[in-house]
Design a protein around this ligand. Structure first.
Ligand SMILES: CC(C)(COP(=O)(O)OP(=O)(O)OC[C@H]1O[C@@H](n2cnc3c(N)ncnc32)[C@H](O)[C@@H]1OP(=O)(O)O)[C@@H](O)C(=O)NCCC(=O)NCCS
Length: 218
């Protein structure tokens, strides 16, 4: 059985100044090019911080220099994985607002996600997000909850973490996933058109105004 100790998760606030400069030095050529192509300063800070954090976490786990690691997109949907290493370590990163999260584990494909309440509140201005995100049964639960934005954000990150663990990402409609209520322990109850995979799931506390989740396919 998978436990918290099998999964290493790091999160933090996107770096700036000398720390950002130091983090950028951990990245490889391709990552630096991708960072430079990002126009938005905050997106650049998130990108560099998340990729440096992942390199440090994987380096610690494998006792390797973070510089020596290589990651490449794999599979039909381009989920990045660690390459050139005999040891099978699954990795994933996410960022939103000024938060970055990364997770690594040997136990199975991993997905992490983070989102801010403010982005979800904006996206839900016209009241459509619940239709894009939730099943009819989940929408009934939402109707009984006081903190709609908090609930939608938590549903969002839990579902996206499942879809990132599977590697399919948002090519799959989130409404095909039936999840437990946001004030209950995270659990995938049903998946339209396929059996429910065995998953380990946990919410992550990454500070006020954000929700985050980690999922491992076991
Ligand atoms: C994965 C996905 C949900 C990320 O959405 P997002 O909210 O914009 O970004 P997040 O912060 O949550 O995660 C971004 C990270 O997820 C990882 N990622 C990329 N593709 C992924 C996939 N298929 N599955 C899981 N993780 C993926 C990357 O490490 C990425 O970070 P990077 O771009 O800095 O390397 C979205 O990009 C997606 O649905 N991708 C799959 C389908 C697709 O568009 N494929 C195109 C290439 S074939």
């Amino acid at each position: 059985m998978i436990t918290e100790t099998d999964v290493s998760v790091s999160w933090g606030v996107a770096l700036d100044g000398p720390e950002l400069y130091a983090a950028a030095r951990l990245l490889d050529e391709g990552e630096r090019r991708r960072a430079a192509a990002l126009r938005d300063d905050q997106a650049q800070r998130r990108f560099v911080s998340a990729h440096a954090m992942l390199r440090i976490l994987v380096g610690q786990r494998l006792d390797l220099d973070p510089h020596l690691l290589a990651f490449a997109p794999r599979g039909a949907y381009g989920k990045p994985e660690l390459v050139h290493h005999a040891f099978r370590l699954h990795v994933n990163i996410a960022s939103a607002g000024d938060r970055v999260v990364c997770g690594v584990t040997e136990s199975g494909p991993i997905g992490v996600d983070v989102e801010s309440h403010s982005v979800i509140a904006d996206a839900n201005r016209f009241g459509e997000l619940d239709r894009i995100l939730l099943t009819p049964a989940e929408r009934r639960v939402l109707g009984e909850l006081e903190d709609r934005v908090g609930a939608l954000t938590r549903w969002w990150v839990r579902k996206e973490a499942v879809l990132k663990a599977s590697g399919e990402g948002l090519t799959i409609e989130p409404t095909t996933l039936q999840m437990s209520a946001p004030d209950e322990a995270p659990q995938l109850l049903g998946w339209q058109g396929r059996p429910v995979p065995a998953l380990w799931m946990s919410d992550l506390d990454v500070g006020d105004g954000y929700e985050a989740a980690v999922v491992v396919v076991t």
